[in-house]
Design a protein around this ligand. Structure first.
Ligand code: CUA
Length: 329
């Protein structure tokens, strides 16, 4: 029994830290939400005790007393009036605190240092960096890189159904509505990798619609930015060259973009720098050679219902494509 309780407590406590937890806030909006959450929890705990203790006391007293006391009615009126007064004051305080916390969250205070378009798809995230001159626009699907210590403005929209952008360490949820661009913002004060998750049920693979936020010092972010703006690297080895040929001649090229090649479709995630990312399949698997091979060979086994079909005709072709994609750093 004790072991079971300890395990339950450890499980509950583990939700309070980590890189996908609102109880481990890493920026001003998330901190404001966490503070509000703890304040509401504290008030609720006090109210809970304040209701249960007199209830228990009344039950005990009722059994002890045999006849009516004359003062009971007047005392009761005083107690009820006091309780009603405390309740009203509590509700007013909760409203003021909630509204003021909410006001600080809705609009970015000042200009965002970076603006990113967030586009939801079934079941992946497209992050488009457009702050730069039009030719420099690039996409970083499923992986959002941000500099630390500055507000990042996000223009969010969906291409199909309603999704919800949620990185608990950095801010609350923001729904992605088809055809309706709305704004939100995030800010990370400490470098780190934070995990986000689609928070609105959006179909079969809703649970596997994850994302990664990489918060890094500004100099490191600039290096990443420069790298991402470049077109895809040229294949070096014969196997990589073969992989590119297979990729461009197969239906892969009619869904994905690899900048610098003829593949320019926006239907699936941009693969220009796919090897630089931490995960594949929208946060479903770590980005290793083994996982990429499995994913390309049979996407439906890993993410049933995903829009990604299998087109690889032979194991050799698959290996070549994997080698090519692994070279796109
Ligand atoms: Cu997208 Cu749930």
């Amino acid at each position: 029994m004790i072991r079971w309780l300890l395990a339950a407590a450890a499980t509950a406590a583990s939700g309070c830290s980590g890189n996908q937890s609102m109880f481990n806030p890493q920026g001003p909006p998330a901190r404001s939400i966490a503070s509000l959450g703890w304040f509401l929890f504290g008030v609720s705990a006090v109210v809970y005790v304040a209701v249960l203790v007199p209830t228990a006391w009344a039950l005990v007293r009722r059994r002890q007393r045999s006849d009516d006391e004359p003062d009971t009615d007047r005392a009761l009126t005083r107690w009820v009036t006091a309780a009603a007064g405390v309740t009203v004051v509590t509700l007013i305080v909760l409203t003021v605190v909630s509204v003021s916390a909410g006001r600080g969250l809705t609009s970015p205070s000042g200009q965002g240092a970076v603006t990113v378009d967030v586009i939801g798809h079934q079941w992946w995230w497209d992050f488009q960096y457009r702050d730069v001159s039009p030719g420099d626009t690039f996409a970083s699907p499923n992986e959002l890189h941000i500099p630390v210590g500055v507000p990042i403005v996000l223009n969010v929209v969906s291409r199909d159904v309603i999704h919800s952008f949620w990185v608990p360490n950095l801010h609350g949820k923001r729904d992605l509505i088809p055809g309706q661009v709305t704004r939100t913002w995030i800010q990370a004060d400490t470098p780190g990798v934070y995990r986000g998750q689609c928070a609105e049920f959006c179909g079969h693979q809703h649970a596997n619609m994850g994302l990664t936020v990489v918060a890094e010092p500004i100099a490191q972010f600039q290096v990443w930015l420069q790298r991402q703006r470049q077109p895809a690297a040229e294949p070096v080895t014969p196997e990589q060259r073969q992989g590119r040929d297979v990729f461009l001649q197969s239906p892969c090229a009619s869904c994905h973009t690899v900048r610098g090649t003829d593949a320019g479709s926006r239907f699936g995630p941009d693969l220009t720098h796919v090897a630089s990312r931490l995960t594949i399949a929208s946060g479903t698997l770590p980005n290793t050679r083994e996982h990429l091979t499995r994913w390309i060979a049979d996407p439906q086994a890993i993410k049933p219902g995903s829009r990604m079909p299998s087109h690889v005709r032979s194991a050799a072709d698959g290996e070549a494509v994997v080698s090519y994609l692994r070279s796109l750093r």
